[in-house]
Every structure is written in C-alpha cells, then in structure tokens.
Design a protein around this ligand. Structure first.
Ligand SMILES: Cc1cc2nc3c(=O)[nH]c(=O)nc-3n(C[C@H](O)[C@H](O)[C@H](O)COP(=O)(O)OP(=O)(O)OC[C@H]3O[C@@H](n4cnc5c(N)ncnc54)[C@H](O)[C@@H]3O)c2cc1C
Ligand code: FES
Length: 290
C-alpha cells in the first residue's frame, strides 16, 4: 500500500489515536519560534497537501493544531515550526532531538495546487504566515515547470523576525523566482524596503486573468492585502487565504472551530476569498430573517 492509503486506513480505524513521531532535528529559528523535523514510525510519509495541518500531542500535556511546513515532495519526514505561545507550545519547545510526540492527521483542506497549475503565483506571507506557505513554496520549487511566474512577498515587523533566513536567501538566488521583503521597522543593518506588506503589492507585476494570490498572515493583514489585490482586478476565486481557529478534534465532530456552521478544520483552513464572501452573505441573510 502507498503511504497515503496506509494513513487513510489508520485514520478510518482510529482517527483519535495518535501515531508516534520522533523528533530527528530541532533548532530555534528566532527567540520564539522552534523548528522540528519529525519522522513517523516506519518512516511512512505524511502524504499531506501544502496548507494542511496536524494535531500534535504530548502525553499528559495536551494537543494543538500545527501547520505542516515541509512539502509533500520531502520524503521520509515532515517539518513543523512552532511559536511558544502558551502552555502546550511551551512544553513542545522543551522537547529535544529523539523525543517523541503524538501526531494525528493530516487534516483540513490545503492550497488548491491542482487548480493553480499553469498560473502565475503571488505568495504573500506576513510574520508566521511563512510557516504554512513554506510548504507551498517548496512544493512549487520542486515542480517549477507546472507554474508560471512566481513572486514571493515577505513582511515582518523587524528584520530579526524573519524565519528560514538561509532558505529565503537560496530562494532569492533562483532566477525564475522574484522575492521581495519588507519590515515595518528597520534596524541599522537593514538595507531593504521599509513599510507594510501592502507596499510590495502595489509594485507587483500582475496579470489578473492568469494569477493566483495566496495570502497567509496575522488577521489584521488580510483586509488590507486583499483590498490591494482586488485593486489589481484579481478575481475573488483566485485569492486564497488560510484561517486559524481554535480546534480540538480536527475531525468535524466537536464544533470548536465553527464559523457560521462551517467547520474550519474540515472545509478549511484554506478558503478562497469568494467562499468567505459566500459565508458572509449567508450570515447576513440569516441575520435578516431572524
Ligand atoms: C490550522 C491551524 C494551524 C496552526 N499552525 C500553527 C503553526 O504552524 N505554528 C504555530 O506556532 N502555531 C500554529 N497554530 C496556532 C497554535 O495551534 C496555537 O498557538 C496553540 O494551540 C496554542 O496552544 P498553547 O497551549 O501553547 O497556548 P494557550 O495557552 O492555549 O494560548 C496562548 C495564546 O495563544 C492564543 N491561541 C491559542 N490557540 C490559538 C489559535 N488556534 N490561533 C491563534 N491563537 C491561538 C491564545 O488566545 C493565547 O493568547 C495553528 C492553529 C491552527 C488552527
Ligand atoms: S475542531 Fe472539532 S469540529 Fe473542527
């Protein structure tokens, strides 16, 4: 059986039972973010889609949803990057190489890569948004001929907040990819652009008929970035976003992640802007009827 079938079989029989994942590499990427490379028992592939997430657990501590940040083309392991935000993530940060975590998943709908084949891509990452987008970027790099022009726009509060610096420098060297960075606030060593990420979109070269825009970042960023993309006439169904909600089961059972009857863990976390507008429309209709 291929890995995906093995995983689907496991999930069908015991969707709540975690698989064992061994930490084969751990390193701090910044003050708050730690990188984990994980091997599943038997070295089976996670067989995820870029943009999907897993539920990571530590026995006696708890469980949390975390995006997979490696590409499905990376075989035998997968990567996670976790911000130390509270009790669970703090315990995860304390783990070391060779420790074991529980893994359920992969869950949710990822980026619609099949629909993007042949299209140009503008990938917009704000802060920690680069984590799920790294999965997509690595996938696109490994299947470069399937996509048109690729522009990556990265924005962070300060230069020290950029994650995956060495990898970003490698991406920058690739002639067939255009990468631009900006910071809200420069330090004395920063020679690049200063300003919000929207300033990079203004200068982006966009043919709206043949482009997908993929946006992941802090909630505040979406409104302003989407507004700039709409000004470039990119259709709603070609603007892709990823939403984070509180999650428990990851399986569409507990209702923790629900927005207006939509289970984000199953229907998302990736949505098109057109889908978000539809939810909003239904929500207004319900409110008007009430
Ligand atoms: C689909 C999905 C993918 C995610 N991917 C990543 C990832 O790749 N890397 C990463 O570091 N984090 C990711 N998160 C967020 C991560 O799940 C939370 O930071 C984690 O659950 C916090 O648990 P805790 O016990 O450490 O913190 P808690 O003690 O529970 O909370 C600490 C703080 O974090 C906030 N918080 C808790 N849960 C969330 C959440 N789901 N979204 C936003 N803020 C939250 C709380 O409001 C609080 O301010 C993802 C969340 C979702 C839903
Ligand atoms: S997390 Fe339980 S229904 Fe989505």
């Amino acid at each position: 059986m291929i890995d995906r079938e093995i995983l689907l079989e496991k999930m069908k029989t015991s969707p709540y039972k975690p698989m064992k994942g061994k930490l084969v590499e751990t390193r701090m990427l910044s003050d708050k973010e730690k990188f984990f490379r994980i091997e599943l028992e038997g070295k089976i592939n996670l067989a995820h889609e870029p943009g999907q997430f897993v539920m990571v657990s530590i026995f006696g501590v708890g469980e949390a949803p975390i995006s997979v940040c490696s590409s499905p083309t990376d075989k035998g392991y997968f990567d996670l990057t976790v911000r130390n935000a509270g009790s669970f993530t703090n315990a995860l940060h304390k783990l070391k190489k060779r420790d074991t975590v529980g893994i359920r998943g992969p869950f949710g709908k990822g980026f619609p890569v099949d629909n993007m084949f042949g299209y140009d891509l503008v990938i917009v990452a704000g802060g920690l948004g680069i984590v799920p987008l790294r999965s997509l970027i690595r996938y696109v790099m490994d299947n470069r001929k399937d996509f048109g022009r690729v522009q990556i726009l990265l924005g962070c509060k300060t230069p020290k907040d950029f994650l995956f610096r060495e990898e970003t420098n490698e991406w920058m060297k690739r002639a067939e990819i255009k990468l631009s960075c900006t910071v809200d606030k420069a330090d004395p060593d920063w020679t690049g652009n200063v300003g919000l990420i929207t300033t990079l979109i203004t200068g982006a070269d966009v043919n709206p008929a043949r482009i997908y825009a993929v946006v992941v970042g802090p909630p505040i960023m979406y409104k302003f970035v989407i507004s700039e993309l709409l000004k470039k006439n990119i259709p709603d169904h070609q603007i892709i976003v990823s939403l984070e909600r509180r999650m428990r089961c990851g399986l569409g059972k507990c209702g923790h992640c629900q927005i207006e009857g939509i289970y984000v863990c199953q229907s998302g976390p990736v949505f098109t802007y057109a889908q978000l507008n539809d939810f909003r429309g239904e929500c207004h209709e319900k409110a008007a009827k009430a």
